[in-house]
Design a protein around this ligand. Structure first.
Ligand SMILES: Nc1ncnc2c1ncn2[C@@H]1O[C@H](COP(=O)(O)OP(=O)(O)OP(=O)(O)O)[C@@H](O)[C@H]1O
Length: 320
């Protein structure tokens, strides 16, 4: 069974003083899948990845990468593994291509043409002779992916690769990870962005304060998500709220009107009823997506007693 797993972490725990950063986390990443490690800042994602890459040792639990463990196999655990934690570092005075040549040299060389190939994959061919010091942040992140690909890995570990990028950089990074995913590479991607993980990943572990809030497929997560929320503002929100409830829909008062959840056809009917009742519509917009709403429910404490959070963990699949 473990041969088919790229990563098999069981009950992994890491403490820093009195803080338990990762608390008995179990994660199985199948070979060839794109796996998301999702959670807000401080959830323990980077700590998990650092244990995976052997940068820190777990206090307890077991960890295997392609069936190899740090205890039994030492640095050989990283055979076929590449990636970076936080941001990759390069020599700013050297070109992107020269940086990759140096890294490849440290690894004992590389097949002819591989450096050009990976620069092409990350769309840096045109800029490969420019100094890295002149690269944008997004280009440096993509060069980091290229540096990982030079090793021709079977598992690529990416720690929030889109963090700090502008919208175009985020779009390019997501497209790159999707392209890599279709090539059969196993990708373990940490992120705090539900939308990113939804677009890119097959399976996800959602972390909250070092623990698992959800394990399972994105498809199963979608089924548990609440209905799409709409923001509605009218000339009389109190009367509109009464109408919402009369229609059997959920409503929450917000600073700028009402947040209403329900199937799209019910929302359409509600808008007609609001206008028929003599109220003018001042605003109608989509709120957070259903999956984003579920992510916040799973990872944040309830803001007040009117919006109870579901009991966690919500679990799908047989991981834990
Ligand atoms: N070396 C360390 N010493 C002390 N505390 C640490 C150390 N590394 C991480 N922590 C703490 O462990 C917790 C988890 O941090 P971690 O970086 O793993 O979270 P994260 O989910 O990756 O968040 P972010 O998105 O902010 O990087 C945080 O409270 C962090 O402050």
């Amino acid at each position: 069974m473990s041969e088919a797993l790229a990563v098999n972490a069981a009950e992994l725990t890491k403490t820093f003083g009195s803080l338990t950063a990762v608390d008995q986390i179990s994660i199985k990443v199948a070979e060839g899948e794109v796996y998301g490690l999702l959670g807000p800042n401080g959830a323990g994602k980077t700590t998990f990845l650092r244990m995976l890459l052997g940068l820190i040792r777990p206090d307890s639990g077991t960890l295997e990468v392609f069936g190899r463990s740090w205890d039994k196999h030492g640095i050989a655990v990283l055979d076929g593994v590449a990636g970076f934690i936080e941001s990759p570092k390069f020599y700013p005075g050297l070109s992107g291509r020269r940086n990759l040549e140096l890294l490849a040299g440290l690894d004992g060389g590389v097949a002819p043409g591989r450096i050009d190939e990976v620069l092409d994959i990350v769309d840096l061919t045109d800029r490969m002779r420019d100094k890295v010091g002149g690269y944008s942040f997004g280009m440096r992140q993509r060069l980091g992916v290229a540096a990982s690909l030079v090793r021709d890995p079977k598992l690529l570990v990416l720690d929030e690769p889109a963090n700090g990028l502008d919208p175009a950089g985020i779009r390019d990074m997501r497209a790159l990870v999707k392209r890599l995913a279709t090539s059969g590479l196993t990708v373990l991607l940490s992120s705090h962005d539900m939308g990113e993980v939804e677009q890119i990943c097959d399976d996800v572990t959602i972390m909250r304060s070092g623990t698992v809030a959800y394990h399972g497929s994105i498809a199963a997560l979608r089924e548990q998500a609440p209905a799409q929320a709409h923001r509605i503002s009218t000339t009389d929100d109190t009367a509109a709220e009464a109408l919402v409830r009369a229609c059997g829909l959920e409503a929450t008062r917000t600073d700028d009107g009402l947040a209403v959840r329900g199937p799209q056809e019910d929302i359409d009917a509600l808008i007609v009823d609001i206008v028929k009742a003599g109220m003018a519509l001042r605003a109608l917009s989509l709120d957070e997506t259903p999956l984003e709403a579920l992510f916040f429910m799973l990872t944040e404490p309830a803001p007040d007693a009117r919006t109870p959070r579901p009991a966690a963990p919500v679990t799908s699949g047989a991981h834990r």
